[in-house]
Design a protein around this ligand. Structure first.
Ligand code: ADP
Length: 483
C-alpha cells in the first residue's frame, strides 16, 4: 500500500512532460496535519518555472486543439478509470496530507473521477449553431473553440476534486493547463500528473507547479499566453487575481467564499434536518465553502433542534483520518484552530451558549471538538465571517420573511439549505434566497451533473453541469457571404 502511495507522491513539478525541481533547488515542506510530522517536500517554483510551464502548455495546445473531441473523451475515460483503479492509494495520500477521514477521501477521489467522466461525455456535445440569416446571400454559423492555455489554482480542502472540476472541462474542450495546487496539499494535485502520464496524455498538456503562490499567480496573470484563470479559494485572493488578470483581459472563473445559511422551519421533519445538518456542517471538519456557517431555526422547534444537534455532534468520532470509524479529522493547521477559538470567544462574550464541544480536542494538535453554540445573534462574527471549522452557531427566528432576510444579509451567495414540509413555502423561500445553490430538505447537493457556483462575492462561473464546459470555450461567429 505505502509503496503504491509513494508512486503517486511526486516530490517534483511536471513541466513539459519532465518531473523537475525548482531552478533554485529550494523546496517547501509538506506536513501531515494529524501528526504535525513532515511527509516530504515539493519544489519552491516561482516566476521562471511558471513561464516555462505556460510556454510548454502553449506549444502543446497547438496540437492538442486539433485532436477530436472523441479522442480527448477516450483519454479522459482512461484517466477516470486509472483514478478508480487507484482509489484506495490516492485516498490514503489525500488523508495523509489533508487530514480528512479515509471514508471522505475515498468519496473525494470517486467524486473527482466522476467529474472527469462527466466532462469526457460533455466534451463531445459542445455544439454550435446555424442561425437563420437575415440576408438571402449570406449564412450565419456559430462555432465553439477551446480558449487556449488555462491556469488552475486550487485550495487545500479538496485537493483532488477541485482540480477535477477544472481539468475535466479544460481538457475535454481542447485546452491545455498550468496547475498550481495549494502548498499544504500538493501531492493530490501532483498525482494528477502521474495519472495523466500513465494513461497517455501528451507532454505539456498538463503542467503542475508548486511553490511561491504570489510569484506563480503574478506570472499567470501577466502572461498573455494564458487565456483563462480558474480559481477556487478565498474571496480575498480571488479579487487579487481578477484585478491582476485585467491587464491581459482573461476569462475568469471564481469559486470563492461562502456563508451558507441552513434554515429549519417549524413544519420541517426535524430528524431529517438534524441528519442534513451534521453532513452540511461537519463534512471535512467544517472546512468546505458550502459548509453551513449559520443555522437559522424557527422558534417553535428551536429548543428541540438545538438539543438533537448537540447530541448528534457529541457522538461524532474525532481522530486521525487513517483510523477506522473516524468521522472528523484535524483542522488543516494551527491557524485554523486559532480562528475557530476566536470566533467562539467572540460569541460567548456576546451571550452565546456552548451546548456541545467548544474546545480543542484531547488528541491535541489541530484536532477540535464538534461545537454547537445556541443563542447566536447577528452581532457575532460568524454572521459575516466564514468559520471553516466544526462550529455550529444556531440563531432563532420567528417569521419566514425574517429568516430569508437574515439568510441574505451577507455579501456571499454560494450554497444555502432549508427544511420545510410545506410546498408553497419551499417555492417562496427558494425564490427569495440570493444564492447560487439551494438544498431543499437536503444537506449535501454537489454532483457533476449540476452547475456548482455562487452569486455575489462568492464567485463567477459554474463547475459541473453542461454549463461547466462553456467557460473553457470561445464562441466564434462566422458569416459566409456571396452565396
Ligand atoms: P485558503 O484560505 O483556502 O487557503 P487561499 O485563497 O489563500 O485560500 O488559497 C487558495 C489557493 O490560492 C492556494 O493554492 C494558494 O496557494 C493560492 N494563492 C494564495 N495567494 C495567492 C496569490 N496572491 N496569487 C495566486 N495564488 C494565490
Amino acid at each position: 500500500m505505502l509503496q503504491k502511495t509513494s508512486h503517486f507522491m511526486r516530490q517534483a513539478n511536471l513541466i513539459n512532460g519532465e518531473w523537475v525541481q525548482a531552478d533554485s533547488g529550494q523546496t517547501v515542506d509538506v506536513n501531515n496535519p494529524a501528526t504535525g510530522l513532515k511527509i516530504g517536500t515539493v519544489p519552491k517554483s516561482g516566476k521562471v518555472e511558471t513561464r516555462r510551464a505556460i510556454e510548454a502548455a502553449d506549444a502543446a495546445f497547438q496540437t492538442w486543439r486539433k485532436t477530436t473531441a472523441l479522442e480527448r473523451s477516450k483519454l479522459l475515460r482512461k484517466l477516470h478509470d486509472a483514478m478508480m483503479d487507484n482509489q484506495d492509494v490516492l485516498a490514503e495520500l489525500l488523508t495523509i496530507e489533508q487530514g480528512k477521514s479515509l471514508f471522505e477521501s475515498k468519496g473525494e477521489i470517486g467524486s473527482a473521477a466522476s467529474y472527469i467522466l462527466w466532462f469526457a461525455e460533455e466534451g463531445r456535445r459542445t455544439y454550435g449553431d446555424v442561425v437563420p440569416s437575415p440576408w438571402a446571400d449570406r449564412r450565419i454559423l456559430v462555432t465553439k473553440e477551446p480558449v487556449g492555455v488555462i491556469a488552475a489554482i486550487t485550495p487545500w480542502n479538496f485537493p483532488s476534486s477541485m482540480l477535477a472540476r477544472k481539468l475535466g472541462p479544460a481538457l475535454a474542450a481542447g485546452c491545455t493547463a498550468v496547475v498550481k495546487p495549494a502548498s499544504q496539499t500538493p501531492y493530490s494535485g501532483l498525482a494528477w500528473g502521474a495519472l495523466a502520464e500513465e494513461v497517455g496524455f501528451p507532454k505539456g498538456v498538463i503542467n503542475i507547479l508548486t511553490g511561491a503562490a504570489g510569484e506563480i499567480g503574478d506570472e499567470i496573470c501577466a502572461n498573455p499566453l494564458v487565456k483563462k484563470i480558474t480559481f477556487t479559494g478565498s474571496t480575498e485572493v480571488g479579487k487579487i487575481l481578477i484585478q491582476k488578470s485585467s491587464v491581459t483581459v482573461k476569462k475568469v472563473s471564481m469559486e470563492l467564499g461562502g456563508n451558507a445559511p441552513f434554515l429549519v422551519f417549524d413544519d420541517a421533519d426535524i430528524e431529517r434536518a438534524v441528519a442534513g445538518a451534521i453532513t452540511a456542517k461537519y463534512r471535512n471538519s467544517g472546512q468546505t465553502c458550502v459548509c453551513t456557517n449559520r443555522f437559522l431555526v424557527q422558534a417553535g422547534v428551536y429548543d428541540k433542534f438545538v438539543e438533537k444537534l448537540a447530541a448528534a455532534s457529541n457522538e461524532l468520532k474525532v481522530g486521525s483520518g487513517l483510523d477506522d470509524g473516524v468521522q472528523q479529522g484535524p483542522l488543516i493547521d494551527e491557524k485554523a484552530v486559532e480562528k475557530v477559538e476566536e470566533l467562539i470567544a467572540d460569541a460567548t462574550a456576546k451571550g452565546g451558549k456552548v451546548v456541545a464541544g467548544g474546545k480543542r480536542h484531547a488528541l491535541g494538535g489541530s484536532f477540535f471538538q464538534p461545537t454547537v453554540i445556541a443563542d447566536a445573534t447577528p452581532k457575532m462574527r460568524f454572521m459575516k465571517e466564514e468559520i471553516f471549522g466544526p462550529v455550529a452557531p444556531v440563531f432563532k427566528f420567528e417569521t419566514e420573511e425574517e429568516a430569508v432576510a437574515l439568510a441574505n444579509d451577507t455579501e456571499f451567495g454560494l450554497a444555502c439549505y432549508f427544511y420545510t414540509g410545506d410546498l408553497g413555502r419551499a417555492f417562496r423561500v427558494m425564490e427569495g434566497l440570493k444564492y447560487g445553490m439551494v438544498g431543499v430538505n437536503e444537506g449535501l447537493i454537489t454532483t457533476p451533473e449540476a452547475p456548482f457556483g455562487g452569486v455575489k462575492e462568492s464567485g463567477l462561473g459554474k463547475e459541473g453541469g453542461h454549463q461547466g464546459i462553456e467557460d473553457y470555450l470561445d464562441t466564434k461567429y462566422v458569416c459566409i457571404g456571396g452565396l
